[in-house]
Ligand binder design. Sequence first.
Ligand SMILES: [Zn+2]
Length: 396
Amino acid sequence: MDMANSKTTRLYYEDSHKIYFTARILDCRTNPRDGKTWETILDQTAFYPEGGGQPADHGLLCGIPVIDVKERDGEVLHITLSSLEIGKEIEGCIDWNRRLSLMQQHTGEHILSGIVHKLFGYENVGFHMGADGVTVDFNGEIFPEDIPKLERLSNQTIWADLPVIADYPPEEARNQMQYRSKKELTGPVRIVTIEDIDVCACCGVHTRRTGEVGALKIVSCQKHKGGVRLTVQMGMGALEHYGKLLDSAAQISNLLSAKQSEIAPAVERLQEEAASLRQKLAQTRKEAFEARASVLPNGQQVLFLMEAPGLSPAELRQYCSILCGKAKAAAVFSGDDSQGYKYAFGSTDIDIRSYGKALNSALQGRGGGAADLVQGSVAADAEKIQDFFRSLEIKE
Ligand SMILES: [Zn+2]
């Protein structure tokens, strides 16, 4: 970050809780990259530009929405959809709910990363704040059984309400310090310290004290690139997440007519019922296929049936196997001319595979299988399929 040449005083570093401010507009120009948005430079700002893993603030400049804030060549650029008058004194305000939530997530990430570093010696190698919470990547394995301890220590740090201090120690002092950093740093370096928990080089904005983070909950722990990715909810995000889970538990509980604490056994019962119904259905289907097959004549060369759409590949297979007992070869198709046909083609006497290939090539089909049964689909219409079977000869 090159702030030495910047024209803008960064109020967010002096006071991370500054919501309202006044400023003079130093420059306002159209964005050369899109020709639609405007970039405004102020003499001072409370708007934090995207950086260090922390998304930009949103808010208003003299009533005009600021949709993004970027840092380019050491300047803070406020992005708007209309222009502002150069030289004018204006009032600005940031979207405080968004900023507080981002500071909670960011400061919570420091607490968690500091504790993981202390306990395991791992580095935070990736950090992302998004709508579904924060993801933090560590370069070593953390197991689900470690999670309760990490959560307990993180929340104890939050409840201890420790100060979060940012300063620029002189280079000699800094060289003696142990601190987390993602890259080699030169020049003045901003060091963020939570005593006994974390010391880290960081350009983001943080809560004044750890208590403001509110709460920290690890919602998932997944293996990631030889290490682990933790998804974490903090403060307002944690409360929202909890609300969504409660809503969904309440909906499930209503649907199952079961108490919220008893929804898991209720789902198990549903699964058992569904399995038993599936079994009964399979039996009924088999009996129906057998009944239909029993009225067909025996001893034909090829038994060919065209059924309405809707038979699954398993049903086609089952029906075809039953029909194979009545002929040298049997084929069942299910579908219609607009959506195409699925088929099963089998025999208990001969190797059906070469006939399956002939069928696929004649009817723009695809599929295959074993010597006794092949399955697939064709793009041809009913007439072409019937023609194929009319002219089909099965060799002994
Ligand atoms: Zn930070």
